[in-house]
Write a protein that binds this ligand. Sequence first.
Ligand code: ADP
Ligand code: MG
Length: 241
Amino acid sequence: MIRFEQMRKSFGTHAVLRGIDAEVNRGEVVCLIGPSGSGKSTMLRCINGLEPYQGGRVMIGDTLVDASRPTIHDIRTRVSMVFQRFNLFPNRTALENVMEGPIYVLKEKPADVRERASALLRRVGLEEKMQAYPASLSGGQQQRVAIARALAMRPEAILFDEPTSALDPEMVGEVLSVMQGLAEEEDMTMLVVTHEIQFAREVASRVLFLDDGLIAEEGPARELLQHPKNERTQDFLRRVT
Ligand code: ADP
Ligand code: MG
């Protein structure tokens, strides 16, 4: 579904990604871990065209991700992203936030979208909060709205960039459990940047460890997290667990 082939990305002279080979298959949950500054967010941003890259390629199914406008538009309708900071529209209700993409990007009829958006908000446990504005919601609730909003696009895959890092600890669980539900009940294809190692162990099929611009180690989640082979992976896991 998502494939990197020798992909390289620099900011000016700073080579951030130096030849990434990786893939996420349909229905798979892959966690991307690695030290701060190793390029995890950049990797996600290159998938949905938020950042151009300089070498190799990124493929979404059969589509080559490049900087051309039709491609970028196509990809954004197929791959949704959930950010660390929820990025909801502050002057729109939860329901309106979820309806926005399908109406303005997919050009669907508001009446049809409304029903689907309500169902999605119920799905993430927010049926009581449809008419609430983001400022009146907790961080965990806002992030669940953001997940409903991502799902409203009927994406083929969702990219999560540290979706629980900005949350108070007591709200982490409610967001992770929604994500776990998507993975297990809906076979959603997900690439998740996270430091939640227990989530990775329980939910991910595979883990990629990004270090110094390269995938330094990858493998089945349990195996890699319990018995990392690479010394850098071992160091990293000692520090985050
Ligand atoms: P991570 O998400 O793993 O913490 P990032 O992908 O955010 O890492 O950043 C990787 C590297 O790229 C860092 O050194 C960061 O400073 C640099 N970087 C990220 N975005 C930009 C940008 N827009 N311009 C210049 N450098 C950037
Ligand atoms: Mg990041």
